[in-house]
Design a protein around this ligand. Structure first.
Ligand code: 8YV
Length: 306
């Protein structure tokens, strides 16, 4: 049987999952010459633009290896009758875990401490200064979707008081609702950004919200770079308006703005929120399941629904 031709703009991981994709499909890597493909595999931060869809007239399925669809032109996909699938739930714990790691690293100076030891400053009698507790503080979650709620569960389980803001209040939520980012920031010192990217959330965390967090405040972003105003954040870190930040996502990856690279107590990671063996394997499995269902003419396991 001939293998269906697909276009892959993202690498499935770990290696054995990438091999399975290659075994089941004839995988093209370049959009030139892929005009006949019915399915594209892409990553959350890679997406698929209207211009790319224009070059793929046979396209029926965009299988995102991730949950973010901000880089997919959803309106154009809908217009063309192309279905988009994502990999929900299976990465939530990994991303929540990363958010927690960044908060702990920023609050407890894990990275600064490591640099301090390696530079020999400890041996020379240097002093590191005090960190700030993470688990003894109130947490706010901006974006109460699957990842935000998974994180809230973890934080509550560790005894933290959690509140959240989202497009709408969730009547079933165990955490208290705040109507917007500013009122959330006034009520917490650890702000976790887990909202979807896109026009609706762009710049939600700006100078005013950061000032409301206060000088002991910590911001963690594991969502999309543009939700946090990078210039305002760098300035808040520089001036001491907040105490620290942990960032896994940026406006123009892999570029990180110099003011953030220079900012004190800012822990930076290269968009690795879902990058665990466990999460990536389960994500890849869902991509394979969606592809297989499409080519078998069966209902897709995880279609994206707005
Ligand atoms: C990954 C992500 O960067 O799920 C998302 O939206 O941003 C991440 O999980 C990526 O999609 C992995 O392919």
């Amino acid at each position: 049987m001939t293998r269906p031709r697909i276009l892959s703009l993202a690498d499935l991981k770990p290696q054995d999952m990438a091999r399975r994709l290659e075994e089941d499909y004839h995988v093209l890597r370049d959009i030139g010459g892929a005009a006949d493909v019915e399915a594209v595999v892409t990553a959350g931060n890679v997406g698929l633009s209207a211009a790319q869809m224009e070059r793929l007239p046979a396209l029926r399925l965009i299988a995102v290896n991730g949950v973010g669809v901000d880089a997919v032109d959803l309106a154009e996909a809908a217009r063309r009758g192309i279905i988009v699938t994502t990999t929900p739930d299976v990465l939530s714990l990994a991303v929540a875990e990363m958010a927690l790691a960044l908060a702990l690293a920023a609050g407890r100076q894990v990275v600064q401490g490591d640099r301090f030891v390696r530079a020999g400053d400890w041996g020379r009698g240097g002093k590191l200064g005090l960190g700030t507790s993470v688990l003894e503080r109130r947490a706010g979650i901006l974006g109460y979707g699957r990842i935000g709620r998974r994180l809230a569960d973890l934080l509550r389980g560790m005894g933290m008081e959690v509140s959240y803001t989202a497009r709408r209040q969730r009547p079933d939520a165990p955490d208290s609702f705040r109507p917007d980012a500013l009122s959330l920031a006034r009520d917490c010192e650890l702000l976790f950004v887990t909202a979807a990217g896109g026009a609706e959330t762009r710049g939600l965390v700006g100078a005013e919200v950061l000032a409301a967090l206060g000088p002991q405040g910590i911001v963690v972003n594991v969502a999309r770079g543009p939700v946090v105003d990078a210039a305002a954040l760098a300035e808040a870190l520089r001036s001491g308006a907040i105490a620290g930040a942990g960032l896994d996502v940026f406006d123009d990856e892999p570029d990180v703005p110099q003011p953030l690279l220079d900012a004190p107590n800012c822990v930076l990671t290269p968009h690795i929120g879902s990058a665990t063996v466990q999460a990536r394997r389960a994500m890849a499995q869902l991509v394979l399941d969606n592809l297989a269902a499409h080519f078998a003419g069966k209902p897709l396991p995880t279609p994206y629904e707005a």
